[in-house]
Design a protein. Structure first.
Lengths: 201, 201
């Protein structure tokens, strides 16, 4: 899913090194979520990851690179929209994945990054690409449904925004839990509304 | 609209004092948006507002009170949902008001405040109430439409989230502009979908 996102030129070794890297990136996401892109500190990343500070500095001398990699790892975790052949079920499952992922600190780091256009252009660029990739995943799945005649031709981006927007709003507000019943209702209303308002051909 | 939100016990005098207070609160919102609830500085608020630092300290010795008032003023600016008798038009107008308000720094301050449950419980409480008030505005308008037979009985909160969620997502991502055509399409799809999926009685 994140295959077309530019990556910094780093090796992805396995074993202990890979675990240490994963711990550092998870800690980075958590601290960016708490303190902001400009505010988080390498020392605290090292402490939270349980490694020596030099491990962080050696691998990521530039803080922007560290933030970018932490965000990209989050993008990897987000599965693309599945294809069971049943559009409704695939979209409901996708909304549940979004809801779960929004509860993680990396989601907040990503939200901060999308607003960091002036503060940190490189980080902002990557955040925007991650969001575009995710949008593209929904779009591809909806286009398949149109090809198969399950849906009339629609603006796939707006459809994606119409089903994902309410999930973001409900989870970010945190006033109530987001349930599978919510996901089903949202997908049903939007798909039914789109079919009913499509121009007859 | 914010009439039922608890307010700190302060006078709201007119004239020059009122202007100074408004400038301080606007500056606070802008700096909270930039530096966070715990990060913004009184000195910078005073500088941005063009007043002496003691004017800020004297009126708001507690920083939480200052943030709370800045947020409440934002809530006052947000008009409630109008009632022209035509539900579709009123909801489209409401989405345009939301889109415009989300572009202001105070919206970002409010978003930060809703996530500050641990950092600052008092601020978080007020942010949550402001959001609830706004939701209540939509709910009242939708309930009127149900009473008049324009809509079948529906979950008014979810309807509000379904129309407002996409606006938040599109504006916050900042990848494209939110247009009146978007607002119309969203309201049409949701209202049509809700009518078509209502149980027949």
């Amino acid at each position: 899913m994140a295959g077309t996102v530019d990556r910094p030129a780093v090796r992805r070794p396995g074993g202990r090194t890979a675990r240490v890297r994963a711990q550092i990136l998870a800690a980075t996401a958590e601290l960016v979520a708490r303190d902001g892109i400009a505010g988080f500190r390498y020392e605290e990343v090292a402490k939270l990851a349980g490694v020596h500070k030099t491990s962080v500095y050696r691998n990521w001398p530039e803080r922007e690179e560290l933030v970018v990699e932490a965000l990209l790892r989050y993008a990897d975790d987000l599965g693309s929209v599945g294809d069971t052949g049943e559009l409704r079920r695939d979209l409901v499952d996708f909304l549940m994945v979004i809801a779960e992922s929004l509860g993680r600190p990396t989601a907040r780091a990503l939200a901060l990054a999308t607003q960091a256009a002036h503060e940190s252009p490189a980080v902002h660029r990557v955040a925007t690409r991650i969001l575009e990739e995710r949008t593209a995943g929904t779009r591809r799945r909806v286009e398949m449904a149109i090809d198969r005649g399950e849906l009339p031709p629609v603006d796939c981006s707006l459809l994606g925004e119409m089903i994902a927007g309410p999930v973001h709003l409900i989870v970010n507000r945190g006033i109530r839990a987001f349930t599978r019943a919510d996901a089903e209702r949202i997908v049903d209303v939007v798909l039914t509304g789109i079919r009913a308002t499509a121009p007859h051909t």
